[in-house]
Ligand binder design. Structure first.
Ligand code: IMP
Ligand code: MG
Length: 186
C-alpha cells in the first residue's frame, strides 16, 4: 500500500500535509493561550497518541505530557460504556490540563476523561480534538480546540483504528466497505 494513497481507503479526507499544517496552527494557538501557565497535555490512548506526538512538538512553550488509557469502541459502534485501562495521571493538582482526543463522536470519551481528571483538582480543564464529527449527540461538551470538522462517517488513519488496524496511515480517510465487511465476518 502506498503511504500517499493507501489502497485500503475509498476516500481521503485529510492528507498528511493537511494534518501537519493544521497541527502547526493548533500548536501555535495553544502556546499563545497557555503562555506562562503550567500546561499538561493528557492524551487518550490509543487513538490520540499519534496526534499528541505531533501536537507536543508544535507547542513551543514548556509543557508536560501524559496519557490515559480508555476504550469505548468495538467495530464501528460505540458500546456506550467507557473503560479506564490505566491509572489516573499523577501530579495534576494546580496544573492547566488540556485533554487531547483523536475524535469527538458521541462525547462520552471526553466526558469520561473529564470525570477522571476533574477530581485531581487541575487549575483549568479544556479539551482539544483533532476531528469533530458532525452529528446529533446526547452529550454536548465544549471543545476549545478543533482540528477539522468531519461528516458522520467512520474514518481511519493517523491514530484512528478499525479493529486496531490502520492507525499507521499518514492521512485520514474512509475505509473501503469490503474491508469493513471482511473484518466483521471474521
Ligand atoms: P466518543 O466517545 O463517541 O466521542 O468516541 C470517541 C472515541 O471513539 C475516539 O477516541 C475513537 O477511538 C472512537 N471513534 C469514534 N469515531 C471514530 C471513527 O470514525 N473512527 C475510528 N474511531 C472512532
Ligand atoms: Mg478507537
Amino acid at each position: 500500500m502506498s503511504p500517499q494513497e493507501p489502497e485500503c481507503l475509498e476516500q481521503i479526507l485529510f492528507s498528511a500535509g493537511d494534518i501537519a499544517r493544521r497541527v502547526e496552527l493548533l500548536g501555535s494557538e495553544i502556546a499563545r493561550d497557555y503562555a506562562d501557565r503550567d500546561l499538561v497535555l493528557i492524551a487518550a490512548l490509543k487513538g490520540a497518541a499519534i496526534f499528541l506526538a505531533d501536537l507536543t512538538r508544535a507547542i513551543p512553550i514548556p509543557h508536560a505530557i501524559d496519557f490515559i488509557g480508555i476504550s469505548s469502541y468495538q467495530n464501528e459502534a460505540s458500546t456506550g460504556a467507557v473503560t479506564l485501562n490505566t491509572r489516573p495521571p499523577a501530579g495534576i493538582r494546580g496544573k492547566h490540563v488540556l485533554l487531547v482526543e483523536d475524535i469527538y463522536d458521541s462525547g462520552l470519551s471526553i466526558q469520561a476523561l473529564q470525570d477522571i481528571v476533574r477530581p485531581l483538582q487541575p487549575a483549568s480543564l479544556e479539551a482539544c480534538a483533532l476531528l469533530f464529527k458532525e452529528r446529533r449527540r446526547a452529550v454536548q461538551i465544549p471543545i476549545r480546540y478543533i482540528g477539522f470538522h468531519v461528516p458522520d462517517l467512520f474514518v481511519v488513519g493517523y491514530g484512528l483504528d478499525y479493529n486496531e488496524l490502520y492507525r499507521n496511515l499518514p492521512c485520514i480517510g474512509v475505509l473501503r466497505p469490503e474491508l469493513r465487511a471482511a473484518a466483521q465476518a471474521s
